[in-house]
Each structure stands twice: as C-alpha cells, then as structure tokens.
Design a protein around this ligand. Structure first.
Ligand code: RB5
Length: 144
C-alpha cells in the first residue's frame, strides 16, 4: 500500500472526495491537502503544495483534481521530481505508470464521470513502472 496525497481546486471538490474515499477503502494512506470548500481558489497553489510533498517523499503518489486536470499538471510539473500526467482513459493511466513512472495523476472533474475516474485511479495505483529503457529516457528530463 502507498501514501497518496490528494488536492483540488473548487472545480474538483466532489471528485477529489470520491477519489480519497476510494483510495482509503483500497487500503492506501490518504492525505488530503484541500481545498474542502466550494469557494473559488487558484489551482496552482494546490498543485504546488502537493507536488512539494510528493517530491520530498520517494514512493509517494499524488492525485490532483481541477476542472480539466490540465492546469494542475502544468503547475505540478514545475516541481523537480514530479511527473504529473492528465489521464481521461485507463490506457493512458497504465502507460504513464509503466513508461513514464508518473507519480501524480491529474483528473478533470468536468471531463470524466466518477465511475471512469475511479477506474483510472485503480489502474494508476496498481500498475508498476517497467524500468529498463524507460528509466534511461526519464533520466534525460528528470535527472536524480
Ligand atoms: C477553474 O475554473 C478551472 O480553470 C480549473 O479548475 C482548471 O480546469 C484549470 O486547469
């Protein structure tokens, strides 16, 4: 089981709650960095807070939810050591774990329904990085 940080802006509030509940039920440790208010907020603040925690804790993962997932991914990827991927399908979620060793999953509450989103989370949380040639490629943009 892993540690999953979760965070969201106002446009990701409901889906974040579903994701947190799902991951917790699956046995993971879930740390919620907010927001837990429907008031309008700025997604980069939450992306940065989560990305800093994931980058500082090898083996930890993150799930960021906003309206589209896109802004969260852009902001999170500015933090060294974070590899954030927007996924709206399970194929991408599997591939980004196997090939990119993604450690942050970004979801769009305005893009995917809850059922699909939880399938994506399940695939992301249960798929291992393949290493090998993929590790050498990652090292080209994300040296340790
Ligand atoms: C908020 O309206 C929206 O812009 C934000 O949640 C996100 O989709 C940005 O990428």
């Amino acid at each position: 089981m892993s540690t999953f940080y979760v965070a969201n802006d106002h446009a990701g509030l409901q889906l974040k709650a579903e994701v947190a509940q799902y991951l917790s039920s699956a046995g993971h440790t879930v740390i919620d960095l907010g927001t837990n208010s429907p008031a309008s907020t700025d997604y980069p603040d939450y992306a940065k807070a989560l990305a800093d925690r994931v980058a500082a804790e090898p083996g930890a993962f993150g799930v960021l939810v906003c309206g589209t997932g896109q802004g969260m991914a852009m902001a999170a990827n500015r933090v060294h050591g974070v590899r954030a991927a927007v996924c709206s399908d399970t194929f991408s979620a599997r591939a980004t774990r196997q090939h990119n060793n993604a450690n942050v999953l970004c979801l769009g509450q305005r893009v995917v329904g809850v059922g699909l989103a939880l399938d994506i989370v399940n695939v992301f949380a249960t798929t291992a990085f393949e290493g090998g040639r993929h590790a050498a490629r990652i090292a080209k943009f994300d040296p340790s």
